[in-house]
Design a protein around this ligand. Sequence first.
Ligand code: ADP
Length: 472
Amino acid sequence: MKSAKPKIQTDQVPAESDAHLQEVNQEIYKRNLGLATLNKTLSLLRKLYQISLLTLDPASLSTKVSETIRVDLNMEVVGVFLYNEKKDLLSPFPFSKSKRLEAAAKNIGGLDYKNIEQVKNDLIFKNVIHERQSELIDNIADLFSGPTSQKSLSSFLADSHLKTIFLYPLITGNKTIGALLLGLNREFSLLNNYEKDAIQSLSDVIAVALDKSLLYEELKVANEELKSLDKARAEFISIASHQLRTPPATVKWYLSAAIAGDYGPLNPEVAPVIEKAAQTNNHLISLIEDMLNVSRIERGKMEFLFEPFNVEELARFAYETLIPQAANKKLKLIYEAPKEKFPDINVDKEKLRQVMNNLIDNAIKYTKQGEILVKIYEKNGEICFAVKDSGKGISKEDSKNIFQKYSRGKESIKQSAGLGLGLYVAKIIIEQHKGRIWAESEGEGKGSTFMFAIPIKNDLKQTTLIDLSKQN
Ligand code: ADP
């Protein structure tokens, strides 16, 4: 048995399916158009993002962005205005123009973009900047100072194909930073919704990119100012320290002569006072020396003179110099000599002695009672110098910073005078000897050990002017 076939009403169905097909076709066309616009927008946004990453100054950013949008979206003119809130002034960056628009502008004697002063009084830009509204411009003469007569304007419009101008505010956060101008060769009504949306999203991206580049420019200016301030400060410190250096050196000379008995034996009541004055004066001299060193470092003028020397001799000398200072505080200062004689190594002896001096001086300064052990020894191809004290120790928090410029321990600020420069200078000196410097402490109140290690073999040239100004 044959099954009955469904009856097809051939006279009605084709007409209905035709209409349906047409509808589907239209829908597909619309969606395709939408997708194509979206694709184009995405690729354009990607390009704009790349530009914003690679271009830092606002003028070239705006020029590149304008050119890319104009070419990608086939526009006649695209440009960015920058808004200065203080002056209420809107200034255009160079616009990107199509060839025909440029030629058309030339024909009517040029077409300049106006600087708009007093935006609040401008009918169009007031809305864009102050009201943050996008604007569609019909009267193009309002924007350009070139074509004045109606005739030349008409010929310009015909030759350039310019039909519509959009203005969008460029907004970041609660600030309007400028405006985007887009000149199209189509009427507004001919744009599809996707195109309108795409145009809107451009202004958001440009606003962010422009804001970033303005910020970069501000930072650049601030950085330049800081650099020149820093230079002025370094120069001031250098001059001041040079001036300050001579008087205490003279005082030192007289006090040493007095202590040595050059002016006759000292009255036992006066002797300790003179000793104290000499120590305070020595402290002042080393503070000034630290300031001078920092200023040399900052100006790139720290000079090292490396020559083979017996560093054990330096350590012993630093130790001996500070015996009276330790005795004054009733601290036991012990020196542990190396077991075997060292080879001479290439060092800047004056600077290295200064570091040793500084570490022992600090140990005395930051220890109230007990003893200080100064040790120099050889280990694994390095000469190690260590000063171990039974003093105030270092808190975990302070230990992170003490080798930085002007950094002082929290408690030290209250308890003793100082500039927080000694360890910073010491670190630079040791690093220039290709060595390392560090501190160990069990914690506050538990004493500390300051150490440095420098390699025995180094290839340091005899005289080196080391420019550290860029690192500091
Ligand atoms: P200053 O002594 O002028 O503060 P330094 O750069 O020599 O500058 O030292 C930085 C800080 O390191 C000091 O303020 C102090 O807190 C800490 N410090 C240095 N030496 C010792 C030490 N032997 N014991 C404990 N703390 C120390």
